[in-house]
Design a protein around this ligand. Structure first.
Ligand code: IYR
Length: 264
């Protein structure tokens, strides 16, 4: 079986699942992050509760294979702007968002809210508001040099994908939290939410779906349409779905390892 073939990839992910459940035979469906998984070996350290970290013991051969396998899979990710309207089960989207929620964050404040939109009426409102801003951006706000840089991507003010994709995810960053009417300090908010969006995009790709990272500017209209509170600011808008059956993406190249890696 050729590494990188779809059969090879699905066999390998099955093997990873079986491995996790062998590690936890008493909880056959335990998933890290679930309370079941966390309820195992506990210990107080400096007066704070800790749980045992179950180190996955991976051989050098497996490390090598895992790293190459994941790179190959991620290297197949492409930004796609044309969607198939085929429905996607809500459960799939919930697990994708759970994955984004596993991201690290400043002082573990998890300063994010993911709004999932399937309602055609709300999608229409978002499209209309986004296109209104984008039309102004493309005709008045963006300098010619910016538009020249975007030419190879073929973007313009029209955003039909905001209605065509079965789901939109709007990610909000929480500048601060609120609990019992008290403000909670958040740290490294943009970094944390940016990392969570990276996890989100990887999870969308891993599931077999596509997205485009859309950042209409300004995007305050999203707070209004979705009725988000004052402590949340829109961060990123991601339409999610199957790619349209026949769609083309720009013939782009990624920087080589030599260009992005400096070893010291
Ligand atoms: N937000 C606009 C413009 C745009 C900007 C960049 I930088 C892109 O990589 C792609 C598009 C739009 O969504 O069309």
């Amino acid at each position: 079986m050729r590494p990188g073939s779809s059969d090879y990839l699905s066999r390998r992910s099955q093997r990873i699942d079986i491995g996790l459940n062998n590690l936890l035979p008493e909880y056959p469906k335990a998933i890290p992050g679930d309370s079941l998984f966390c309820a195992m070996e506990k210990k107080e350290i400096n007066g704070h509760p800790h749980v045992k970290y179950h180190r996955p013991l991976v051989s050098i051969e497996e490390l090598t294979e895992n790293a190459e396998h994941f790179y190959r899979k991620m290297n197949l990710r492409r930004t796609v702007r044309e969607f198939d309207s085929r429905a996607i089960p809500l459960e799939v989207m919930e697990n994708i968002i759970r994955t984004a929620g596993t991201a690290p964050s400043g002082a573990h404040k998890q300063p994010w809210t993911f709004c999932l939109i399937a309602d055609p009426g709300i999608k229409k409102k978002i499209r209309e508001a986004a296109e209104k801003e984008e039309r102004i951006s493309y005709s008045q706000r963006m300098p010619e040099s910016w538009k020249t840089d975007l030419k190879p991507l073929g973007t313009d003010w029209k955003k039909p994908f905001l209605e065509e994709a079965p789901y939109l995810i709007v990610v909000f960053k929480q500048s601060y939290g609120i609990k019992d009417d008290e403000k909670i300090q958040h740290y490294y908010v943009s970094e944390s939410v940016g990392i969570a969006c990276g996890f989100l995009i990887a999870a969308i790709h891993q599931a077999g779906l596509v997205t485009v990272t859309h950042t209409p500017s300004p995007m305050n209209f999203l707070s209004k349409i979705l009725g988000r509170p004052e402590n949340e600011k829109p961060f990123l808008l991601l339409p999610v779905g199957y790619a349209k059956e026949e769609s083309y993406v720009p013939d782009l190249e990624r920087k080589t390892l030599d260009e992005i890696l400096k070893i010291y």
